[in-house]
Design a protein around this ligand. Structure first.
Ligand SMILES: [Zn+2]
Length: 78
């Protein structure tokens, strides 16, 4: 298992997620983001709107994901 924080995954807090694969951890952070969105958490709303802006540019989004995937891959196993 590897661990990343909400902040590292483009979020807005120090909550940690642990998963075996990047796809899994990305999904966990997405679920958490949607939860915080429903609670109208100001910091997460900002992070989500930044992410939405990034998604308007598929190239930039792909690059961001590739970088995060590399970051995940380079982490030591817990
Ligand atoms: Zn968070």
């Amino acid at each position: 298992m590897k661990t990343m924080t909400c902040n590292q995954l483009g979020g807005a807090c120090d909550k940690t997620f642990s998963a075996k694969s990047f796809d899994e951890i990305a999904e966990m952070s997405k679920q958490h983001g949607m939860e915080m969105f429903q609670k109208s958490d100001k910091d997460h709303l900002k992070a989500i709107s930044d992410m939405m802006a990034l998604m308007q540019n598929p190239e930039a989004m792909k690059e961001w994901l590739d970088n995060k995937r590399k970051e995940f891959d380079s982490l030591p196993e817990d």
